[in-house]
Design a protein. Structure first.
Length: 142
């Protein structure tokens, strides 16, 4: 389970990087500190894009079966920054096989809270075409 959790957090960090966010703290990191608890809940990543902040969590099958999940999503999605009072985005990463179930749970929340939650599947990216295959198909000069 620890290896899967580490892999999911790594893939979540990649998703943040694609969106342009700078990772401030993350779980299972070598050089970055672990994020502090937000309220009573653990988070996986805290990131920043310009002056906007975001929280990232990954959900497993155990999390989706938990009765506290609605409270956790509700609490984390309503966070605001301390001084500027801006909303903090909540990125929720789930396994693609659990995507429907996660959507159903998020649809139970209020519309204002739902607009602050970004749900996406955590998938490993496929490797590029192998060098030999690519060189056979592409002719650069004739």
């Amino acid at each position: 389970m620890n290896d899967d959790a580490r892999k999911y957090v790594d893939l979540l960090v990649e998703h943040f990087w694609k969106k342009g966010y700078f990772t401030i703290s993350r779980k299972f990191g070598t050089y970055l500190p672990e994020p502090a608890k937000v309220g009573e809940f653990d988070v996986d990543i805290v990131a920043r894009y310009k002056k906007n902040y975001a929280i990232g969590i990954t959900l497993s099958i155990d999390d989706l079966n938990s009765e506290k999940l609605i409270d956790k999503l509700n609490y984390l999605a309503t966070r605001k920054t301390k001084y500027t009072n801006k909303k903090v985005n909540l990125f929720v990463g789930v396994d693609p096989s659990l995507m429907k179930r996660a959507k159903m749970i998020i649809e139970k929340l209020d519309a204002d809270i739902r607009s602050n939650i970004k749900l996406f599947p955590i998938v490993e990216r496929s490797l590029a075409i192998k060098r030999k295959e690519r060189s056979k198909n592409e002719i650069l000069f004739s």
